[in-house]
Design a protein around this ligand. Sequence first.
Ligand code: NAD
Ligand code: UGA
Length: 454
Amino acid sequence: MNRDIVCIGAGYIGGPTMAVIAKMNPDRKVIVVDINQGRIDAWNSDDYELPIYEPGLVDVVKEVRGKNLFFSTDVEGAVKACDIIFVGVNTPTKMFGRGAGRASDLQYWESTARGIKGYANGDKIVVEKSTLPVRTAAAMEAILNDHAEHRFTVLSNPEFLAEGTAINDLVSPDRVLIGGPQDEVGIAAIQEIVDIYATWVPREKILTTNVWSAELTKLAANAFLAQRVSSINAIAGLCEATGADVEEVARVMGADHRIGSLFLKAGPGFGGSCFKKDVLNLVYLCESFGLHTAAEYWDGVVKMNEHQQERIVSRLIKEMFNTLANKKIAVFGFAFKADTGDTRETPSGVVTRHLDEEHAHVVITDPKALPNARKDLADITGKSSRIEFEEDPYKAAEGADAVLLMTDWKIYPSLDWQRIHNSMRKPALVFDTRNCLNREALIKIGFKVLNVGK
Ligand code: NAD
Ligand code: UGA
């Protein structure tokens, strides 16, 4: 068995994870493959215009690309060349048939597994890097090992990085999780993967479990994080109604070390490609096993999130004299969080669609996410000329009735808000859904200010 690594899937997970693994394992060859030629070309581009924006990623890629990190569309060649195969393909929510809207769509995973089986020229370790429903490894083993010439051992090594901090999360993880069969072959395979991480991660942070625990831990961890966001947003609504301040409540609650201070920031609700999909997947799993009350409980986390975005629009309409028709609203931020260009499931997208339904004139500005914003909204921008995209936040706000801040990009608090106020139609409103601007300073300038949870 050789030590070289292939990762199938060159997306937000495959690219950064393998770049760091290659950097930390200079003696191993790491090949990242994808069926998307455009993505691979971007990873290989001379000017390092990588397909995803992630702080610090370009530096790591510059260091290792062409040395021991390679990007290619030759899936067959890479599977033949490497005995350790990570699979980081997408696992979106299934939109058809049984489990539509909740279950994971595993067609990309299954076709990848069948490809691996067809191309393999020896025994392989197949590592689930994608987030998958519990017991997917069993299905994969069944496909891979049925009438196979070679033996495939399937492990689960879910990834916990968050976008925007991916490189730091990979370089200094809280933990690395590797699940595998608890027999002799499985334990040896787990050790192979432990060795990859042990070149830089302290051994006590590399946790090993059985496969099912590893698969479930990933879903459960995302569900707990999403649940905290929904919980604090549920409290935020109550703060607005009672005069309490959600930031004060969160600060004091978070001082209790049993609760902890992280993930208590009220806002427009969680976005990103995974929280909603993974919670819904957990709901589906609970239902499949007859755990209907548990399913309802987790479903509430997603419902609360959707409610939060509806609440933001309702408050805006109320504050703007019950009509948004033909009013100009500058949406500051389209990425689902700061420091990423990713717009999957972004609250900004949901809110923009509501504003469009209200016939508002929406101008979206974002430092990194405008290309994705244009793609996401293509279905409504085709018909409607009311939505515009503008890189310069000052221009976006010119003549606007309101600035709706949706993403907490660091540049926004340091903008010249007096200049923005001067250029807006009066009364000028700022709705800071991230509570990241200086509220008192804005009021002093003359803005009417709305926040979440205040
Ligand atoms: P992504 O869509 O950015 O990337 C997936 C890539 O897989 C795409 O480039 C696609 O072309 C490729 N692909 C699909 N089928 C293929 C095939 N048969 N052969 C080769 N390539 C194929 O998705 P992502 O955000 O990287 O997420 C991937 C998985 O990782 C998901 O299960 C997700 O839940 C999990 N995950 C993502 C994050 C994150 O921050 N994005 C964090 C932790 C876990
Ligand atoms: C999340 C998890 O944090 C990662 O551990 C996990 O690996 C990843 O999902 C995944 O499986 O894809 P990510 O979605 O990239 O990472 O970003 P987060 O920082 O978790 O933020 C998710 C959403 O929650 C964002 O929209 C963010 O703005 C929101 N959020 C987060 C809040 O509204 N309040 C908070 O206090 C924290």
